[in-house]
Design a protein around this ligand. Structure first.
Ligand code: GZL
Length: 306
């Protein structure tokens, strides 16, 4: 950091201490926990004072948190919108209060791009396409019908909408049939519950496409509970590549994981300093990420940070 604060309460470098208000989605998944850790650690590293709130995946709680940050006159507001819509009012309040807003992780559908300075996060459509491409490649030599069930992320969230859209863009051959699709709200518990229902209603399931590892891990419990072998009787494609997902992939219970990096903290703090220094920042910063097969997971596991 830039040294301690002098009597005027400013940082050693003489400029005002940056105070960030961060309105986090919740603590619903391994991804979210890793994301929160990254934000908290990098704020400390950057000498930025962090005010942090957990909305338990409720939009009204995020809106309340943002409104309180406005009242506290923080230097900058950052948040990951739990769903895409319904943000214009609160974002206009922040703009009227002349507090810059940075979006991280998830997007909003506001047409008014002046309501935030930049959006830092993954391309979820790309993630859905990678997931779909793996499936297309796996079944390229077969003509038999492939019955797919889909565990969707939180209804109305950008990752759920886009991971579904990307998958559908690629999985177009009529042999692929999505026989059931329902939200598991990105949690293990809900993923297990919905997969149990899928298994009861559908005797022949070939593939599960889960929008995150936590739902895939819940589904694995349901599949094993039904006396089937995950990764063999039912192929599983997931997204995130958090530790427990990568372990299941290495153990052969998941077949392919598309990575979605939660380590957005350092870039968020860097963008914050640029915005507050009046520097131009790109409207969109897309995170670097890859995908893993079972073999690649075995190689990567030892040095994974989360
Ligand atoms: C994706 C993030 C999603 C993760 C889930 O960037 O918004 O939310 O994929 C998390 O694990 O709950």
């Amino acid at each position: 950091g830039s040294g301690g604060t002098d009597s005027a309460g400013t940082s050693g470098s003489g400029d005002k201490k940056i105070v960030m208000g961060f309105a986090q989605v919740g603590a619903e998944s391994g991804w979210r926990t890793a994301n929160t850790k990254s934000i908290q650690e990098s704020a400390k590293e950057a000498g930025i004072e962090l005010k942090f709130s957990d909305a338990q995946q409720k939009q009204e709680n995020q809106i309340k948190a943002i409104r309180s940050y406005i009242q506290q006159k923080v230097s900058v507001i950052a948040f990951s919108p739990v769903v895409e819509s319904g943000w214009d009012t609160i974002l206009k309040e922040a703009k009227n209060a002349k507090i810059p807003v940075i979006l991280t992780d998830r997007a909003v559908d506001s047409p008014d791009k002046s309501l935030y300075k930049t959006f830092l996060g993954s391309d979820f459509v790309e993630e859905g396409k990678k997931a779909g491409q793996w499936l297309v490649d796996q079944y390229k030599d077969s003509k038999d019908p492939v019955n797919i069930v889909q565990l969707e992320g939180t209804t109305g969230s950008a990752p759920a909408n886009d991971r579904k859209a990307g998958f559908e863009q690629v999985v177009t051959d009529p042999k692929f049939k999505v026989i059931a699709s329902q939200t598991g709200d990105f949690t293990r518990a809900k993923g297990k519950e919905v997969m149990e229902a899928f298994l009861k209603a559908n005797p022949k399931i070939d593939v599960l496409y889960a929008h995150n590892d936590d739902m895939a891990l819940g589904a694995i419990e349901a599949i094993e509970g039904a006396g089937k072998v995950p990764g063999k009787d039912i192929k599983i494609i997931s997204v995130d590549a958090v530790h427990d997902g990568m372990q299941a992939l290495a153990d052969g219970k998941i077949n392919y994981i598309v990575e979605c990096s939660p380590l957005l903290g350092p870039q968020l703090m860097d963008l914050t300093k640029k915005v507050l220094a009046g520097e131009e920042v790109p409207a969109r910063v897309v995170t670097e990420e890859t995908a893993f097969t079972q073999e690649q997971a075995k190689q990567a596991l030892p040095e994974r940070k989360y």
